[in-house]
Ligand binder design. Sequence first.
Ligand SMILES: [Zn+2]
Ligand SMILES: [Zn+2]
Length: 405
Amino acid sequence: MVQTAVEPEVSGEELRERMVRKRKAIDLMELSFAEDAARFAVTDEYDELGFVSAIDWIRFNCHMTSGAAADRVAVGKTMNRMPRSVEAVSQGEIGLAHVTVMARTAEALKDRFDERPLIDFARENSPGKFHFFCQHARHAADADGYAAEEADQVHERRLSLSTWIDGSMVLSGVLDAFGGAALRAALEPLAHRSGEHDRRQREQRLADALVELASGGAQRASLQVTTSVETLLGLAGAAAADMEFSLPISAKIVERLACDCNVTRVLLDSESSVIDVGRAKRVVSGPARRALNARDGSCRWPGCERPASWTAAHHVVHWVHGGTTDLDNLILLCFRHHWMVHEGKWQLVRSDGGRMLAIPPTVRFGRPARDGTDSTPEPPPERFDDEGVDTTVEVQDDAGYDSSS
Ligand SMILES: [Zn+2]
Ligand SMILES: [Zn+2]
C-alpha cells in the first residue's frame, strides 16, 4: 500500500534513514533491471512484437521515457566492464545516476575506458559533478573523438522561426553545447531583474534579452574559459577546458577562442592554490587590430564579405605554437569561417598572387597501413611551470569580436 501522509510518530532521523535505505534497494533493483534490459536488447523479440527497437518496447511496456530506457540498456551492456561501480552501488556508496554516467563514459571510450581513476570521484561527488569529471576524462583519453562529437553537434544546429497569424513568432531549435553556452553568456547579463518592481518571469526576461541583443543594444558578451597550458597545446592526456554554462569543451574550441581573446595567466602551486593572477592581456592589441581591419576590410575567406566587425583575428601560425601577432601572421575570418579553419579542418593558403585559397579537409578511407602497429609512443607531457608551479591560463573571449579594446 502506498501511504500518502507521513505517520506522525516517525522522527525526522528515522525518515531520512528510511529514504536512504529505500533508495539503495531501488538502485539495486535498477541494476538487476538493467541487466535484463541489456539481455532483451540483443534479441529481436521487440521486432516480432511490432516495436521499432528494444528501447521502444521498454519505454511503452515498462512506463518509462525513452531516455531512461536507453540509460538502463547502456548500464546493462557495460556492467561487466565496471565491477567496482556495481560493488559500490551494493554498498550504497554511489547510485544508479553515477553508474549511468560511468556506462556512457565506457561506451564513448571503448577500449580506453578504465573505471579505476573514476570510481573514487564518483563516491565523493554528486552525479552532476561526476558527469563533468567524466567529460574531462573523455577528453584526456580521446581528445580527437571529443572534438569530433562537438563538431557533429555543430552540424546538428537548427533554428526554426514560424510566424503566427497575429504576427508573433515561435522559435524552436537545438544548439551545440558551445553555441548554447555562448548564447546564454550573451543573454544572461541582459536578463537580470532590473529591480524589485521587475516581476517578469525568467522566460520573459530571456525573450526580452534576445530581442535586445538582436536589436544591437547589447553590451558585449564575455565568455570565460579556464584551461591548462597542456590543453591549449593539445597535448595527449590533457583534460578539457571549463566554460561557464557549458559542459567541458575540447582543446579544438579553445584553440579557436584563443586566436583572438583576452588572456589572463593564473599560476597555481602544487596544491592547486592560486598564487598569482596576471593582468588580462589582449592577444591582438587594439592598434594591431585596427591595422588589420584596414588591410583586410572583411573576412578573407574567398567569396565571403562579412564586415570586419563580425570577424576574429586568426593567427595563420597559432601563438600557442610560437606564431607572432605581426600583420603577416594575421587574417580576418568571420565566425563561420574561423570555425571551419579550426574545427572544420579546412586549410587557408596564400597563393602567389596573394589571393587566399580554401582547401577542404582531406577524405581518407581508413588508415594507411604502417609497419603492422600504430602504437606511436605518446610524447611525455611537457610542463610549463614557472619554477616548479603548475600553470593555468584563463582564456577570456568576448563573443562580440569587438576590435577596439
Ligand atoms: Zn584562428
Ligand atoms: Zn567568412
